[in-house]
Design a binder for this molecule. Structure first.
Ligand code: ADP
Ligand code: MG
Length: 312
């Protein structure tokens, strides 16, 4: 089977870790040991990943640290590109090592991937995604005036740069991704949802926005004609009645059942909901199954023993 796997941010940086290179290398090492088993079982793999903590850190170094550093700050979309490179390096090295360990001779290659968004996407008029550090009201007003950032108050904790979260339409590198997968490479791409770009006067231009990685992963899965789409996070199954006494895992459900659960409000916005929505999108587009499970249960989920499986 050709499987598209989306790795959650916490598969690459566990909660409570500080985020040193060694922390992230250790997390990637553990994750790639699991992923290598999927490749060893004979599956073709396309992998994508989140970049929330990493992009936040790079952005901080660029925006908040600019008065200390004598180097120009880079815009958010470039920070996204940097994290694709950094995490690409890490995953290439760790997955290469893990594949060697299990005796699989396959090359891992990562692609700096651009996600095309509609410049008229309604989210550009209603930025909703807060990123980076907190600022005072005065500093926020100054940043809005001088740098054009959209600043918003975030839950009583201070002001933050707030960006749009547009829907990804397709990837500029689509043909390159397909060619490499067809040639037998393990491909890492569209990290962090892909670098958001628009066309302006016929030219590609990066824009400051954050694309939901689960949503872009489902676009990737449909684009690469995947036989299955799997989102790996830190819970073995999506739950209904989440955090209530009658909490229960969803093991297998149709798109219609999942849509009903969404209506009833079982999945939290910004965490489980985008995963379920991404799965529904893939299943509707392809008729193939989608899975949500924890990193450690990837193999079991493919065998139907664990995880949430969404079917037509
Ligand atoms: P990732 O980094 O993998 O995208 P998220 O934190 O965004 O991880 O999403 C996974 C989290 O979603 C879980 O750790 C859990 O706290 C939360 N969550 C919200 N609603 C549910 C639900 N109904 N069932 C299971 N987990 C849920
Ligand atoms: Mg998430």
């Amino acid at each position: 089977m050709r499987i598209v796997i989306a790795l959650g941010g916490n598969a690459l940086l566990q909660r409570g870790m500080k985020g040193t290179f060694e922390d992230q290398q250790k997390a990637a090492h553990l994750a790639m040991e699991q992923i290598a088993q999927v490749v060893k079982d004979g599956h073709e793999l396309v992998m994508t990943h989140g970049n929330g903590p990493q992009c936040g850190a790079v952005f901080l170094q660029h925006v908040a640290g600019e008065e200390h550093a004598n180097v120009p700050a880079m815009p958010l979309h470039v920070c996204g590109g940097m994290t694709q490179g950094f995490l690409g390096e890490l995953l290439q090295q760790e997955l290469d090592g893990a594949l060697r360990q299990v005796g699989v001779n396959k090359n891992v290659v990562s692609i700096v991937t651009q996600s095309v968004v509609d410049p008229k996407d309604p989210s550009f008029n209603a930025p909703s995604k807060p990123i980076g550090p907190f600022y005072t009201k005065e500093k926020a007003e100054e940043m809005q005036k001088e740098k054009g950032y959209h600043m918003m108050e975030d839950a009583g904790r201070g002001y933050r740069i707030t960006v749009a979260s547009p829907v990804p339409q397709y990837f500029i590198e689509e043909e390159a991704i397909k060619t490499l997968v067809n040639a037998g490479f393990v491909v890492v791409c569209s990290g962090g949802g892909g670098i958001p770009v628009i066309f302006e006067d016929g030219k590609i231009k990066g824009v400051d926005a954050v694309i939901d990685k689960d949503l872009s992963a489902s676009v990737l899965a449909a684009t690469t004609s995947a036989d299955a789409f799997m989102i790996l996070t830190d819970v073995p199954e999506a739950l209904i009645n989440y955090r209530k006494e009658n909490e229960a895992p969803v093991r297998e459900a149709t798109v219609a059942q999942m849509e009903e659960y969404i209506k009833q409000g079982h999945f939290a916005k910004g965490s489980m909901l985008p995963k379920v929505q991404a799965c529904i999108r893939f299943v509707k587009a392809t008729g193939h199954p989608a899975l949500i499970t924890a990193l450690d249960y990837a193999l079991q989920a493919l065998k139907g023993e664990r995880g949430t499986k969404i079917i037509p």
